[in-house]
Design a protein. Sequence first.
Length: 379
Amino acid sequence: MDVAAMRANFGKAAANGDEAPLYFYSHLFLAHPETRELFPVSMAHQRDRLFSALGDVVARVDDLDALVPILQQLGRDHRKFGTVAAHYPAVGASLLATLEHFDDEWTPELAKDWTEAYTLVAEVMVQAAEEAAEEPAWWDADVVAHDRRTVDVAVLRIRPRARFDHLAGQSVSLETDLRPRLWRYYSPANAPRPDGLVELHVKARDGGPVSSALVRRVGVGDVLRLGPPVGHLTLDASSDRDLLLVAGGMGLAPLKAIIDQVAPQGPARRVDLFAGFVTEDQIYDRADLRRMEEENPWLTVTFAVSDDKTSALEQGDVGDVVLRHGPWLSREVFIAGPGVMVDDTVTRLLQHGIPHPRIRSEVFAPSRPGPSVDGEVTE
């Protein structure tokens, strides 16, 4: 495959903004109206999803060792939509039609390369879905507690009705009857527990239909649906290095889960958590983090505020605060939060001398309705 030509071709379609996904979905629904029921009634929050995901796949199309596990995970996850093998050719045909429509230099060679690439993607995803056929496509979970911590942040505790296996640091997609067929990803804030409880941290976003419903309308007794866990922000079982955890805003959740996983293992390693917020009144989980710090002498929690001169907490961007408390050269690092914060902190720590393989990061971005192949978590 001519990967450079494929990337250039995709770039032409993506450069047209909303026009490309609008053309794709119009083509798909007209040619295959049976696929419409797989999508939410309102497509306002869906339109850019396909092209965002495709952009991530195109970026890795020449690195199958990295791409195939991601596609397998997506194939298992897409079962919750009711996606079946018969739907993939329809999507592929509409994809090629869209890429051709927005490229005046479309060639038979491009068509051949895209067909081969999409066929590979579809085969991997379908096979993964078939291998997971004995597992639930989703899990019903009862809301057993709903704690409104701030005007726009709530902590929910939910109990899946069947065994739900996940790893600390992973994310799960979630659907509520209040917003049918709109699945959004959240990271549990605890490691798996014997009682099955899952803690979710949710911030209502402007224009975020699911997050707003979870914060303002969902209550105890409601039922949510959980998709299979995804993501790579997990502890390496073969490593016993001390940990440096850096959170921005709602990126706190998966890092709290990692602390929760370390806790039963005892004081074999040091863990330092830095949690950054814009102002002190946004720190929604302070009491529980202080409790964890008191119960675990190997844990240190440091809060930082970037725009609150009246606060007695550490001042500045959280990445800057982290470097003030170094050195961290022996640590394994996990970073989660907004994209700018993650990029800045990763850059600082690389310059500090931490090898890139020992830094794992995940972006929490409100602009996208799902995880990219890098593990972005949204809404």
